[in-house]
Write a protein that binds this ligand. Structure first.
Ligand SMILES: [Zn+2]
Length: 84
């Protein structure tokens, strides 16, 4: 698999955070929904930040990068088509 850029990693995390079929990555302290950010100082440079309490998490679960969001979107579109 080709190495993902920071922007691609952030996009993947955002897709996860808005996907209706998975539980969002949440803050370990206050249950706020974590937001992906890019740091110039950290390695790896993408980390997660809580908008409520400023808690930061550097570990992003591998599963986020293994889910096929394109397939899920196609499925959602198909379901919408049936409903509408
Ligand atoms: Zn928090």
């Amino acid at each position: 698999m080709a190495k993902m850029t920071d922007e691609e990693i952030v996009e993947k995390i955002q897709q996860w955070q808005t996907c209706p079929f998975v539980h969002e990555l949440t803050c370990g302290k206050c249950d706020g929904i974590l937001i992906p950010k890019i740091s110039e100082h950290l390695t790896p440079s993408v980390y997660l930040k809580c908008p409520k309490c400023s808690y930061t998490q550097t570990h992003v679960p591998d599963i986020v990068f293994h889910i096929n969001f394109e397939a899920i979107e196609k499925l959602l579109d198909a379901l919408k088509g049936e409903a509408g």
